[in-house]
Ligand binder design. Structure first.
Ligand code: ZN
Length: 92
């Protein structure tokens, strides 16, 4: 889940793992998990987790009859979100 922590001079983003509820200290340590086989235009809430054991624990939670879920590096997810054309995809 996404939070904000107010520090002395500014708010700072805080990402917490959906499995262990501890902070994900850096984008390189996180992943998002979502079902395999989504249809074009279909939306699904992702599960934000630590890579490793938390990601493994998330797999059966998100698994559907389409098979094991997709795990995407949090950094890749954020890069796609920040890409110039992401607004066009998400505005619909
Ligand atoms: Zn975790």
């Amino acid at each position: 889940m996404l939070f904000v922590v107010q520090e002395a001079d500014k708010p700072q983003p805080l990402f917490r793992c959906g499995i262990c509820d501890k902070p994900i200290e850096h984008a390189s340590l996180g992943a998002v998990v979502f079902p395999r086989g989504l249809e074009p235009g279909e939306r699904y809430r992702v599960l934000l987790v630590h890579k490793g054991s938390c990601n493994e624990a998330a797999l059966p939670i998100v698994e559907t009859d389409q098979g094991p879920p997709v795990s995407m590096d949090l950094a890749d997810y954020l890069r796609r979100f920040l890409s110039e054309d992401s607004g066009e995809r998400t505005a619909a």
